[in-house]
Ligand binder design. Structure first.
Ligand SMILES: Nc1ncnc2c1ncn2[C@@H]1O[C@H](COP(=O)(O)OP(=O)(O)OP(=O)(O)O)[C@@H](O)[C@H]1O
Length: 258
């Protein structure tokens, strides 16, 4: 059965103005099919974090519509996993307790302690941080905290996953490893995903489509098809001609839009 026209995340004419009158986001129109991953590139201040925070329900005052499967996300409340720029970890709880508590809040009626424990162990191991379970967030490096936040987002099994520069604190080598781990895990559990990054290569490596936000908020964002690169085996992507051509293409769009 083909998915209905309404399935997935649909954002219509979304704009956000902060209380001080600052237009943070202007006229965003976007459709992300269910189980797809789109990456977002945009200059600083173009409203990327505001977009994710509004979808996640943290910003209540906005104009326009945010729909999932045709119904407002804030009416039906599909489970949304947000990895914010600041990681969003509770400093007084251990890594394990941070994930455990988020799972309990997200799935209050589930009462399967054993499987919950297995899930936590699985995602900590998947992100290469099994040995950090008993540590407190403030005793971890920024990159380690980012991995905890990603493990937590996956452990929630969200319908929609929103990631705000989740790999920005990682060194280049770790970043490549985590990109691969992230993609493998995403393919196994494909939530409908928006992934914000400042890194053009990361946007090409991880997105089925790439959204380029303009610096002028009156302009529309540009949607770039990236399926042909996305389908290449991850290890081979960076060295492929398609990847190289796509990098050139996106840099040109950026020069025009930023
Ligand atoms: N709480 C706030 N109150 C007022 N203005 C805000 C607030 N948060 C963000 N802004 C403004 O809204 C605009 C968009 O900010 P936002 O953080 O969404 O941009 P961004 O694209 O995520 O930037 P960056 O890439 O630097 O993280 C900016 O002009 C910013 O100064």
């Amino acid at each position: 059965m083909s998915p209905s026209r309404n399935s997935g995340l649909h954002i219509k004419e979304l704009s956000v103005t902060y209380k001080d009158g600052q237009l943070a986001l202007g006229r965003v129109n976007l459709s992300v099919p269910e189980h797809s991953i789109y990456t977002i590139l945009g200059p600083s201040g173009s409203g990327k974090s505001t977009l994710l925070r509004t979808i996640a329900g943290l910003i209540k005052e906005y104009q326009g519509e945010i729909l999932f499967d045709g119904i407002s996300v804030h009416t039906q409340e599909p489970l949304i996993g947000l990895v914010p720029q600041s990681y969003g970890l509770l400093p007084w709880k251990t890594v394990h307790a941070n994930i455990n508590m988020a799972m309990k809040i997200s799935h209050p009626y589930r009462n399967q302690r054993q499987s919950q424990e297995q899930q936590i162990q699985h995602w900590l191991a998947a992100m290469g941080i099994a040995d950090l379970a008993k540590r407190y967030p403030l005793s971890l490096s920024g990159g380690q905290q980012q991995r905890v936040a990603i493990a937590r987002a996956f452990a929630l099994e969200p319908t929609i996953m929103l990631l705000d520069e989740p790999f920005s604190a990682l060194d280049a080598v770790t970043r490549e490893t985590i990109q691969r781990l992230f993609l493998e895990n995403w393919i196994a559990h494909p939530a409908t995903t928006l992934f914000v990054t400042h890194d053009v290569e990361e946007a090409i490596l991880l997105g089925e489509k790439i959204i380029v936000m303009p610096s002028n908020k009156e302009n529309h964002q540009v949607l770039i098809d990236n399926d042909h690169v996305f389908r290449i085996k991850h290890e081979d992507k960076r060295d492929s001609d398609d990847f190289f051509q796509q990098t050139k293409r996106i840099r040109k769009v950026i020069q025009e839009q930023w």
